[in-house]
Design a protein around this ligand. Structure first.
Ligand SMILES: Cc1cc2nc3c(=O)[nH]c(=O)nc-3n(C[C@H](O)[C@H](O)[C@H](O)COP(=O)(O)OP(=O)(O)OC[C@H]3O[C@@H](n4cnc5c(N)ncnc54)[C@H](O)[C@@H]3O)c2cc1C
Length: 500
């Protein structure tokens, strides 16, 4: 074959050569149906839930056994080929976005519940098991897995571990980190590795909290042991209306300051409730500037007492109406609106970018006012839904990704929200991870020395820098350039994501 002349043709030619090389190497390890490389087969893997940024992988591997995963990792390591683990691809920060020269390692076929132990109140599952499937398997024992991302019907426990995912009930029951006992998998070179254990504490350095939330950069998870908790006897939810977002924000801080830890404490502003109501008819008060959903669970006596105390605080903060769920059906209806907030936004705009910063609870009202100003500044609409009790914001900036100017303004809007959150004492990421989306904002959150330390931790696990390279931790060069090139026009420099 003659090498073509133009730069584009040359680059395509080299890509095809590299691809053929990797396909040959992996072809001897996997059955033919478990290896994809044709464009029409790899395109479905080109993005996760952050659809604005896309990149086709060189190859997709879909192993079915641990031995196959290990062999793929060993081979890629030997060839110096990057590997990006993928669960269900519901991530919202581009964490599973492929590497142009890498292998996307789909773990969707590891979907077995291995053991539910009602005495130890644990479940051991493969990484590709869906979050909700764990609770379904535990239900006959009166148990469930508490962290409940709104994507729980689809997202996998492997993805949850990688992102340290949260959900509406995490305020009371903790994030993924607080509900995972043990993670087993492989390092980038295929070496087996295990973090944590079934006992409450283990000898030696506790590296479990390091791997939970490491966004697929330190190890590939294959098996997870999670904690299960008893299903509460009763749960009831208050829907509280406010005529002013500031009052709603202040009420959140007041509930927690009163010493109450609700089972869920969520907030939605009017644009959000309007979008949701149109979609799932949850019964939300559309006259309210903002609503809060405050849940209590426990014994009937505990719930009665807590609902009474929360109602008192909410009224004291100026709630204009309170509706307490009178049945399990009504409670689930209230939550169905909140859980469908993201898809509801998808119905009113061609695209949305879901931000995920945190702020101190007492600054909720301030950030809402700041976001309202930014809507005017960038000429884009924004709906707000929060894990308010955790101070975790999810502003959904509405835009059209086919309009480069809108995408550009959306990126600036997003970066502004993240920077403002940091300035208010918060962080750039609450539960969706950094991925590629917030890479540049990490330069605002951390000093070059802190980012360098994180890169050193990454190098300790993965010296060749092959697992999900270029994500999460910005290079010093990127931070030096911050403000000049950030994320522009949807063209993240993903094609040349650096190795570490
Ligand atoms: C509608 C909607 C609602 C959502 N609601 C919430 C919410 O309430 N709370 C919340 O926290 N998130 C939420 N998310 C985000 C997302 O669902 C979570 O981040 C989830 O944990 C991702 O799981 P996944 O299996 O889809 O992972 P993917 O998107 O496939 O991957 C996410 C990251 O995990 C890594 N990874 C995946 N599997 C493995 C593995 N086995 N080993 C090592 N690394 C791995 C990937 O490399 C990537 O970095 C929502 C998303 C959507 C679309």
């Amino acid at each position: 074959m003659n090498a073509p002349a133009s730069t584009k043709q040359q680059s395509d030619f080299h890509r095809a050569e590299r691809q053929a090389h990797v396909v040959r190497a992996l072809g001897s390890l996997l059955p033919a149906h478990a290896l994809l490389w044709q464009a029409e087969d790899t395109t479905p893997y080109e993005c996760d839930g952050l659809t604005a940024y896309r990149q086709r992988p060189l190859v997709v591997a879909l192993p079915e056994t641990e031995a196959q995963v290990q062999a793929v990792l060993r081979t890629c390591h030997g060839l110096g080929v990057p590997v990006v683990a993928r669960g269900a691809g519901t991530g919202l920060s581009g964490g599973a976005m492929p590497h142009a020269e890498g292998v996307t390692l789909s773990l969707a076929r590891f979907n077995q519940i291995l053991k539910v132990d009602p005495l130890a109140r644990t479940a051991t599952v493969q990484c590709g098991v869906r979050n909700l499937a764990i609770s379904e398997a535990a239900a006959p024992y009166g148990l469930y897995y508490a962290p409940d991302p709104s994507s729980q019907i689809a997202c996998t426990i492997g993805g949850n571990v990688a992102e340290n995912s949260g959900g509406v009930h995490c305020l009371k029951y903790g994030l993924t980190l607080h509900n995972v006992l043990r993670v087993r998998g492989f390092l980038a070179d295929g070496e087996p590795v295990e973090f944590g254990g079934e006992a409450l504490d283990a000898p030696g350095l506790d590296l479990l909290p390091l791997v939970v939330g490491s966004e697929g950069m330190l190890a590939v998870t294959l098996e997870v042991t999670v904690r299960l908790v008893p299903r509460p006897q009763l749960a009831r939810c208050i829907m509280a209306s406010f005529d002013d977002v500031q009052k709603a924000g202040d009420a959140v801080a007041a509930v927690i300051a009163a010493g109450i830890i609700p089972a869920g404490l969520e907030m939605m502003d009017r644009p959000m409730t309007a979008a949701v109501e149109d979609f799932v008819h949850a019964g939300y008060d559309l006259t309210a500037a903002a609503i809060l959903l405050c849940e209590s669970d426990g014994t009937p006596e505990e719930v009665d007492e807590e609902i009474g105390r929360m109602s008192e605080v909410l009224r004291g903060c100026g709630a204009t109406a309170l509706t307490v769920s009178q049945s399990e059906e009504e409670r689930l209806r209230f939550w169905s609106g909140r859980k469908n907030a993201f898809p509801a936004s998808g119905r009113i705009s061609p695209d949305y970018m879901c931000l995920d910063s945190t702020i101190p609870r007492k600054r909720l009202a301030d950030i809402l006012l700041a976001i309202a100003q930014m809507e005017k500044k960038y000429g884009l609409r924004c709906c707000n839904v929060f894990h308010a009790g955790d101070g975790n914001l999810h502003p959904l900036v509405l835009f059209d990704a086919n309009d480069p100017d809108e995408l550009h303004r959306c990126e600036l809007f997003g970066a502004d929200i993240l920077e403002t959150s940091v300035a208010m004492g918060g962080t750039v990421s609450g539960e969706h991870g950094v991925g590629v989306e917030k890479l540049s904002s990490m330069c605002v959150q951390f000093t070059p020395e802190e980012n360098a330390q994180m890169l050193a931790v990454k190098a300790a696990f993965d010296p060749a820098g092959l697992l999900n390279p270029g994500k999460v931790i910005p290079t010093l060069a990127r931070c030096a350039e911050y403000g000049k090139q950030v994320v522009r026009g949807g063209r993240l420099p993903h094609a040349d994501l650096p190795r570490f």
